[in-house]
Design a protein around this ligand. Structure first.
Ligand code: SF4
Ligand code: SF4
Length: 131
C-alpha cells in the first residue's frame, strides 16, 4: 500500500540532486532564501483591489510591489518581501554573523529529503549550469 502511494507521487522515480552544486555563486544569483512571497486570494476583482490598498498601508509598500493575476474566477495577489539584510547585489549585510539557518541551508539537500524540486528550480538550474 505504501509503495503504491509512493509510486502515485512519483517518489520512486526521484533522483537525488547534488548539494555540492549549490555554491555561493549560485546563491548570489538566486537569493530566493533571502526573499519571501505572500499570496492572497480574493473571489472578486474589487475585493482584490481593496486588499492591495489595505496591504500597501499595512506593509508601507508601493503599488508596484503587488502583482495581481486572475483565472477569471479568482484573483491572486502576490507580494515579495526581501530580508532587511539583503544588499542590491544579493550579498548579505551581516554575512559574517548571519543566522545559522542562512549559513547551513542548502535547497538541494532539502529537495532530496522531501523528494521534491525547490520552488524556483528552473532558475537555480540555470545558475548551476552556468558555473
Ligand atoms: S534557493 Fe538554493 S540556490 Fe537559491 S539562495 Fe537558497 S540555497 Fe541558494
Ligand atoms: S540574513 Fe543575510 S543570508 Fe540571511 S536571509 Fe537575510 S540577507 Fe539572506
Amino acid at each position: 500500500m505504501w509503495k503504491d502511494y509512493n509510486h502515485m507521487l512519483g517518489y520512486d522515480m526521484w533522483k537525488d540532486l547534488d548539494p555540492k552544486k549549490i555554491t555561493s555563486s549560485v546563491c548570489l544569483n538566486c537569493a530566493a532564501c533571502c526573499k519571501h512571497t505572500s499570496r492572497y486570494v480574493e473571489t472578486k476583482e474589487r475585493y482584490a483591489i481593496n486588499k492591495i490598498e489595505y496591504l500597501m498601508a499595512m506593509f508601507d509598500k508601493p503599488r508596484e510591489d503587488f502583482h495581481l493575476t486572475s483565472n477569471g474566477t479568482k484573483w491572486e495577489i502576490s507580494v515579495t518581501f526581501k530580508c532587511k539584510q539583503l544588499k542590491p547585489d544579493n550579498g548579505c549585510k551581516i554575512y559574517k554573523t548571519r543566522p545559522n539557518t542562512c549559513e547551513r541551508f542548502n535547497c538541494f539537500i532539502s529537495a532530496n529529503i522531501e523528494k521534491r524540486l525547490p520552488e524556483n528550480y528552473e532558475n537555480i538550474k540555470k545558475y548551476v549550469d552556468r558555473q
